[in-house]
Design a protein around this ligand. Structure first.
Ligand SMILES: *[C@@H]1O[C@H](CO)[C@@H](O)[C@H](O)[C@H]1NC(C)=O
Ligand SMILES: *[C@@H]1O[C@H](CO)[C@@H](O)[C@H](O)[C@H]1NC(C)=O
Ligand SMILES: *[C@@H]1O[C@H](CO)[C@@H](O)[C@H](O)[C@H]1NC(C)=O
Ligand SMILES: *[C@@H]1O[C@H](CO)[C@@H](O)[C@H](O)[C@H]1NC(C)=O
Length: 295
């Protein structure tokens, strides 16, 4: 008669079910003690850690202890993230290799301590709201690789002044707008390889005063503005291999005084006078060529 059983063993079933429920309640509810660990997760005291990885969770388990500093939720099938789920003590939040397709505005709003956020390998993510990461003033590493992102809102990285590592590789990014990274004065690693970017405009890397390595290989780059790399005075590694570059008019590489490793192979370079600035640049500089380099 009720929806739970419907079979002839109804009363026995509900009795066993009731005992099971009581038992589960006893396991997860510690009266007056420390906050419980969510079912099927493992919790550690120092540093306060909740580990719920690889458990086929389709949503973030309820009842995460509010004092947790590290939350490991990777390798599940979590589909959506909601505001109010994560506590203000969170420092490390791993959500990679899930099935996240939506992130409710405000999900990361009150996480002033967050230093590492890994959302990589969520192939249905595709779209991010402009304010998704706003307020994450201490964020040092943001992983957004392999999420099938085709575009990024202009304001998406606003205010991330502590960010040092930004992983955007293996998405479907088609373009990068001017000033997208303008607030990231402390960024040292920017990984953009394996996207579909065709051109780099004049202001695309503006503000990246600390950038050390810039990986742009395996895109569709055909055009690089002659001032696209201006201001990247600390860049030591630049990968441009496997693109569609025929020439580099205006010598954009001349703006990179600290460059040490450059890869340019697997581009359809023209071997006519259009290559002159490039050869002139090679004569002037003494960069190390990451093998195999075939200009
Ligand atoms: C994961 O959960 C789904 C239902 O949410 C179920 O169909 C599937 O068999 C589960 N997979 C594993 C490996 O437990
Ligand atoms: C993953 O998400 C997609 C789109 O949101 C959905 O169609 C699919 O069923 C989900 N897969 C699993 C295993 O939950
Ligand atoms: C980031 O850079 C700014 C200015 O370049 C500097 O004042 C600040 O201390 C840096 N913050 C961190 C966390 O490195
Ligand atoms: C070159 O990049 C494309 C993506 O743009 C990738 O599919 C291909 O495997 C890459 N080839 C090599 C030799 O790296």
């Amino acid at each position: 008669m009720d929806s739970a059983g419907g079979s002839t063993t109804d009363s026995a079933g509900s009795c066993v079910g009731g005992r099971l429920a009581a038992l589960l309640l006893a396991l997860v509810w510690v009266p007056g003690g420390a906050p419980a660990c969510p079912a099927l997760c493992t919790c550690y005291v120092s540093p306060p850690t909740v580990s719920c990885q690889a458990n086929n969770f389709s949503s973030v388990p309820a009842g995460l202890p509010p004092g947790a500093r590290r939350l490991f939720l990777q390798n599940n099938v979590i589909g959506a993230l909601r505001a109010g789920t994560f506590g203000p003590s969170t420092v490390t939040l791993w959500l990679y290799s899930n099935n996240i397709s939506s992130i409710q505005p405000g999900t990361f709003r009150h996480l002033p301590a967050l230093e590492e956020l890994d959302l990589g390998d969520n192939p249905h993510l595709r779209v991010l709201a402009p304010d998704t990461f706003h307020g994450l003033r201490r964020l040092q590493a943001l992983h957004l690789y392999r999420c099938q992102l085709a575009t990024l809102p202009s304001a998406i990285f606003r205010g991330l002044h502590s960010l040092q590592y930004l992983y955007l590789q293996e998405n479907g990014l088609l373009y990068l707008q001017d000033d997208l990274f303008a607030d990231l004065a402390n960024l040292s690693h920017l990984f953009l390889h394996g996207n579909r970017v065709r051109a780099l405009s004049e202001g695309v890397f503006r503000g990246l005063l600390s950038l050390d390595r810039l990986l742009l290989h395996a895109n569709r780059l055909a055009t690089i503005h002659r001032r696209a790399f201006r201001g990247l005075s600390r860049l030591t590694i630049l990968y441009l291999f496997n693109n569609s570059l025929v020439a580099l008019p205006g010598d954009p590489l001349a703006a990179l005084p600290a460059l040490q490793f450059l890869r340019l192979n697997a581009n359809p370079w023209a071997c006519d006078c259009r290559a002159r600035p490039l050869w002139a640049w090679f004569r002037r500089t003494r960069v190390h060529w990451g093998a195999p380099v075939l200009v």
